[in-house]
Design a protein around this ligand. Structure first.
Ligand code: ADP
Ligand code: XUL
Length: 535
């Protein structure tokens, strides 16, 4: 097929990319017959496959543990390799209809005036990475793990009238990893390099720009991770920009709805890999993309990920902000908002209790089966490491009416505490939770999910684990492409059969247990409050 033409005869393929902290994944979906099917997946691990960049777990080792940065050129090379892998996969790549992406949130890429002409004149005979070396005004990109900007957060809050004002305006109080504080720190450290910077991308818009061959906009999902976007209007806030750094307005890409087609695959990709002029859809953050990838497209359903940390997230039709300022509001790909609250004492705390009791996971589950819901009123505050929600700065484990030597009751206490904390600290979303899609390593444990169902008074489902952010991106590509050609498909149809929980995994709440926890949740909240205050 001639480069530039798009004569799709068979139903199109949709591509999703996920640029996460440690690697880049590409998935291809075939949507023949109106149901999406995964037909290709390829992952490039930064440490393993691109060792020349010297990363560990995808970031550069640094003497100051608070400083966490990555080389953006590594992402450039990974993108080239991912599409090379697709080209040699045997799939009919002329069928590619659209491509969208997901990226780790908050990270920023600093570019100079050479970027636009360079992107417009990419030579398909040479690797991308060789052509882009000169476009950066800063060789490294700070990523979400960076915690070096406490001073800048305080300066931004003070300039804008306080944390709560920033939270109400942008969806989150100033956080160290959020882009505003990162930009401010760069401007303070190197004003000349800042002045040479003509464009500041998020990881998402940077990679979308490479695909489109010109500067791509950001979507509200990722823009809401900057502390710079006014949530209500989905525009950059003049007050927030002024508090961060000078002339910032001119350096940021515009914000467009997530379903916007921002361009077509640049000639570089067409000629180098035989791809068609497929739509490039605005990229978003990994959390908004995961919302789609685990089928959370209607208010009333939330996701709970039980991983290293525990996270609760879900769509919100009515925008609300967490006035206690631990939760975040991001734009959702559906055009709604999403709430997300992170709890640092997740699997780590469960493992600490499991090990202290001398249990393995089957024995831990058995202890949960043998102890009564509500634990006879015994409570634990399981802050084995500093906690994000509620904000607890030093580790502290408190017990009430609980013998530390009683293994089974401690096992129940840690899980009940985590579930009650998640239920209490997600009230700010104002969402009536009818169903929970559980993911992450500990979601394999149905005894834990039983407590989840009873504490929340909601049905709990297991969702097949996989790369939900990447799948969400590929489904977004399908949705946006259909919409652009005037055949809008409902989100519920987009996720059907591929990003849905396993129906047979449903755990229903038991009414009597729900009553026990309704009372215990209030007691837990009071116990927590006294310890947060005194601690
Ligand atoms: P990450 O956030 O690092 O991606 P995962 O979602 O892979 O983490 O979850 C890993 C965690 O799952 C392990 O640390 C372990 O504590 C937990 N886990 C695995 N199996 C079980 C089980 N049967 N019961 C409870 N927790 C489990
Ligand atoms: C969210 C956050 C992470 C990153 C990387 O606020 O910092 O989830 O998006 O995954």
């Amino acid at each position: 097929m001639k480069p530039g033409s798009r004569q799709v005869t068979a139903p199109p393929l949709y591509l999703g990319l996920d640029a996460s902290t440690q690697g880049l994944t590409l998935q291809a979906l075939d949507v023949e017959g109106g149901a999406a099917r995964l037909v290709f997946e390829h992952t490039i691990s930064f440490d393993r496959d691109l060792p020349q960049y010297g990363t560990r777990h995808g970031v550069l080792p640094n003497g100051d543990a608070r400083v966490v940065v990555a080389p953006p050129l590594m992402w450039v090379e990974a993108l080239d390799r991912a599409l090379a892998a697709l080209a040699s996969s045997g799939l009919d790549r002329t069928r590619v209809g659209a491509i969208a992406g997901s990226a780790q949130q908050h990270g920023s890429v600093y570019l100079n005036a050479a970027v636009e002409p360079t992107l417009a004149a990419l030579d398909p005979r040479r690797p991308l990475v060789d052509q882009l070396a000169g476009v950066f005004s800063r060789a490294v990109a700070p990523v979400w793990l960076d915690a070096s900007t406490s001073v800048e957060c305080a300066e931004i809050a003070s300039a804008m009238g306080g944390d709560l004002i920033v939270a109400r305006l942008t969806g989150s109080r100033p956080f160290e990893r959020f882009t505003a504080a990162q930009i401010r720190r760069f401007w303070k450290a190197d004003p000349e390099a800042y002045a040479r910077t003509t464009r500041i991308d998020l990881v998402s818009s940077f990679l979308a720009s490479l695909l489109a061959g010109r500067g791509a906009p950001v979507d509200p999902g990722d823009a809401s991770g900057t502390n710079l976007m006014e949530l209500s209007s989905r525009r950059w806030s003049a007050a927030a920009l002024a508090a961060a750094a000078p002339d910032l307005d001119a350096k940021l890409p515009p914000i467009v709805p997530s379903s916007t087609v921002v361009g077509t695959l640049a000639p570089y990709w067409q000629r180098r890999y035989g791809l068609p002029a497929a739509d490039v859809v605005a990229w978003s953050g990994d959390n908004p993309c995961s919302l789609i990838g685990i089928g959370l497209v209607e208010e009333g359903r939330v996701g709970i990920s039980l991983g290293t940390s525990d996270t609760l997230f879900g769509p919100m039709q009515t925008p609300r902000v967490d006035e206690t300022m631990t939760g975040h509001v991001f734009g959702a790909p559906t055009g709604d908002d999403m709430g997300i609250t992170v709890f640092s004492n997740g699997s780590l705390a469960r493992e600490r209790v499991r090990d202290a009791c001398g249990f393995d996971w089957p024995a831990f589950s058995d202890a949960l089966r043998r102890t009564p819901p509500g634990n006879g009123g015994a409570l634990m505050l399981p802050w084995f490491v500093p906690e994000i929600t509620p904000r607890v700065t030093a580790p502290a484990v408190h017990r009430l009416g609980l013998d530390p030597a009683d293994g089974p009751r401690n096992a129940r206490a840690v899980v009940e505490a985590q579930m009650m904390s998640m239920a209490n600290h997600s009230r700010w979303m104002g969402v009536t939770i009818a169903a929970i899609h559980a993911t992450g390593g500990a979601a394999a444990n149905r005894e834990i999910l039983r407590i989840m169902a009873d504490v929340f008074g909601a049905d709990v489902y297991q969702v097949p684990v996989g790369n939900s952010a990447c799948l969400g991106a590929a489904l977004r590509a399908w949705h946006a492409d259909a919409r652009a050609s005037g055949r809008e498909i409902a989100w519920t149809d987009i996720v059907r059969g591929i990003a849905e929980p396993i129906a047979a995994s449903r755990i229903r709440p038991v009414a009597a247990n729900v009553r026990v926890y309704a009372a215990l949740r209030e007691r837990y909240a009071r116990f927590e409050q006294t310890r947060v205050k005194s601690g």
